[in-house]
Structures are given as structure tokens and as C-alpha cells.
Design a protein around this ligand. Structure first.
Ligand SMILES: Cc1cc2nc3c(=O)[nH]c(=O)nc-3n(C[C@H](O)[C@H](O)[C@H](O)COP(=O)(O)O)c2cc1C
Length: 185
């Protein structure tokens, strides 16, 4: 798939199954990720690949976080939360490693990590995989952040759920002109 086709045809897929990206394919995904633009070359990103039993570990962390956030949450709510990482064969947690810098505000570092995340999504799509970028409460939860090694000003920018599409849905048409204006003189 050429780059323009990948860019204009990517869509999120929530129903995912095996296969997930192989070891070699992961190297390509990360090679694409680290081509994201990055002011002052801070490399403000870190990626945690979660698959197999690791997804249960992440599910436990999500459930612990829910219990801390909402001590009144029921066992059923915790079980539902615990099962969330099992919705895909692989998850890549993308963390923005944010530092104080005289020229690069925090927001630019988070944007760079977000661009790296999108490069992963696009490269995965171009290689025939599918996925969805998710956040939700776990992204902003101190317990989840700590468990994933996000410290201080770091931010989890997303959980990229990856695998192969169980079902393909049509690509919606986007009314591009609604979002664009031109200044020519
Ligand atoms: C930072 C970020 C966080 C997101 N979090 C969620 C989420 O938690 N749950 C969800 O269903 N979609 C989430 N989305 C939206 C999906 O990734 C997706 O973009 C949306 O479902 C539209 O589908 P499309 O990408 O095919 O246009 C998030 C998107 C971004 C950029």
C-alpha cells in the first residue's frame, strides 16, 4: 500500500483478532514511530508492548486503578475493566516523556508522542493490520501511570489496540472542505 493510500484509507477497528504484528513487523512500526517530528530531538516517547499474559497484568492494573478511583465500584465493574485489554491481541502503550525545556513546551512533547502513536497506527494499517487508539480513564490515572513507568509530567497518550480486523466496515466519506480555509492574498 503506498503512503497516500494508507493515509487516506486508515480507519479504526475495534473488533480485533490474531495475528498481531510479528516481531519483525514491530520493528517496522517503531522505526515509523521514531520518525515523528520532535522539537530539539528530545525523543519524548516510550513504548510498552503488551501481549499474551501481559494483557491480564494490564487488566489487573486497570481494575486496581478503578478501585482506587471509585472505591464503591462493584465487582462486576472491576471485572469489566479487567477484561478491557483482552479486546486485542496486542496493545502498545505510548507514553510522552515530558521534561522542562527552555525551547520546547510540554505540549509540543506530548504532540510528538502523539505523532509517534499515529505513525504506528498508519504503519500497522499499511502492513495489513488494524487497530484503535484508546485512552479513557486509565490514560490519566496515577496508578496506571506509575505501573507503566510514567513519572512526574509524563503522560500516557494512548493505548493502541492492534491486531487483525475481525470485520471490515466501509470507510466513511469525510467532508474535508468543512475544515479547511485558504488565505491566498
Ligand atoms: C487521543 C485519543 C484517544 C481516544 N480514546 C478513545 C477511547 O478511549 N475509546 C474510543 O472508543 N475511541 C477513542 N478514540 C477515538 C478512536 O481512536 C477513533 O479515532 C474513533 O473511533 C473514530 O474512528 P476513525 O479513526 O476510524 O475515524 C481516541 C482517539 C484519540 C486520538
Amino acid at each position: 500500500m503506498d503512503a497516500i493510500e494508507a493515509l487516506t484509507s486508515r480507519k479504526s477497528v475495534a473488533m480485533l483478532e490474531e495475528p498481531a504484528p510479528s516481531k519483525d513487523d514491530l520493528e517496522t512500526l517503531f522505526a515509523a514511530a521514531v520518525r515523528a517530528p520532535d522539537h530539539c530531538r528530545l525523543r519524548p516517547w516510550r513504548f510498552v508492548v503488551i501481549e499474551g499474559e501481559g494483557r491480564n497484568r494490564l487488566g489487573d492494573i486497570f481494575a486496581e486503578a478503578l478501585q482506587k478511583r471509585e472505591p464503591g465500584s462493584t465487582e462486576a465493574m472491576q471485572e469489566k475493566t479487567r477484561g478491557k485489554p483482552l479486546r486485542a491481541p496486542m496493545i502498545i502503550a505510548v507514553i510522552a516523556k515530558v521534561q522542562d525545556h527552555p525551547k520546547v513546551p510540554h505540549v509540543e512533547q506530548v504532540l510528538s508522542a502523539g505523532a509517534a502513536a499515529q505513525n504506528i497506527m498508519l504503519a500497522a494499517h499499511a502492513m495489513g493490520y488494524a487497530g484503535i487508539w484508546r485512552s479513557g480513564s486509565p490514560c490519566f490515572d496515577p496508578h496506571v501511570k506509575e505501573a507503566l513507568g510514567a513519572v512526574d509530567k509524563d503522560q500516557i497518550v494512548g493505548f493502541l489496540y492492534l491486531g487483525t480486523a475481525s470485520r471490515l466496515m466501509p470507510l466513511p466519506q469525510e467532508p474535508v472542505a468543512d475544515y479547511v480555509e485558504h488565505w491566498s492574498d
